[in-house]
Design a protein around this ligand. Structure first.
Ligand SMILES: C[S@@+](CC[C@H](N)C(=O)[O-])C[C@H]1O[C@@H](n2cnc3c(N)ncnc32)[C@H](O)[C@@H]1O
Length: 233
């Protein structure tokens, strides 16, 4: 069953936007910050490079990358949900960060390939796209030659593995219980369905290679709960 639908996903993220950062911190016990930093460390953005944070949400990765690529480079945060992007912009104002450009756009509909990026990152975005393969293809076309891309997301582990069982327990009993307290139960119940439809480690690597990436590496975090895919064009 293909669950993902762009409008449905956009509505979800507009609806949860006002509690997004708060719940992210609470539900991951703050760990998402460490994982995002790990992704950025693996990608090694440097001053002068042009980067994009696709499906940027409230912009965590964009803020981390802006510290590395400024003042000579650039970072653009792109997301299709207006309300979550408003929060990213508000955070920029509070941090007095005028460096990041924010763009409202559906990633799968980007067709301006004039700005070739040195690097592209995406956290918890790929799984939400209507078509994962199209998303990886889009990233490929948006990158310069030898450009690199990194994706952080839930890991789709093998059915009935310990990691899979733990993930289900965590999503059903921790995430759902807490999100229901904020009347966001159905929106967070979506995570489990989206992981079921998300390609597993080897499938992601195969898609990336078929798309044309020279190098594709995947590593799991926290006993297989999360995964990081690193690609080189
Ligand atoms: C789970 S959030 C992740 C946000 C942020 N990257 C983070 O890690 O906190 C997923 C984000 O992807 C965005 N998104 C989903 N589908 C999209 C699409 N087709 N184009 C652009 N953004 C999209 C949503 O609006 C949402 O902000």
């Amino acid at each position: 069953m293909k669950f993902t639908k762009t409008i449905e996903v956009k509505n979800i993220f507009n609806k949860i936007s006002y509690k997004y950062d708060f719940l992210n911190n609470l539900l991951s016990f703050g760990l998402h910050r460490l994982w995002k930093r790990k992704l950025v460390n693996l990608l090694e953005p440097i001053n002068g490079e042009d980067w994009a944070d696709l499906c940027c949400g409230t912009g965590d990765l964009a803020f981390l990358i802006s510290e590395r690529v400024s003042p000579m480079g650039s970072i653009t945060g792109i997301d299709s949900a207006e309300d979550i992007l408003k929060i990213a912009k508000k955070k920029s104002e509070l941090k007095k960060n005028k460096f990041i450009k924010w763009e409202i756009q559906d990633v799968l509909e980007i067709n301006d390939y004039s700005k070739n990026f040195d690097g592209i990152c995406m956290s918890y975005g790929l799984r939400n796209l209507n078509n994962v393969e199209e998303g990886i293809k889009k990233v490929f076309y948006l990158l310069k030659d030898k450009g690199r891309a990194g994706f952080l997301d839930f890991n789709h582990s093998t059915k009935s593995s310990l990691s899979n069982i733990f993930q289900k327990i965590y999503l059903r009993f921790v995430v759902l219980t807490i999100s229901r307290l904020f009347n966001l139960g159905p929106e967070y119940a979506y995570i489990e369905k989206s992981i079921r439809n998300f390609p597993k480690k080897n499938e992601l690597i195969n898609i990336a290679k078929e798309v044309g990436f020279q190098k594709a590496e995947y590593m799991t975090i926290l006993g297989g709960q999360m995964g990081i895919l690193i690609l080189t064009k």
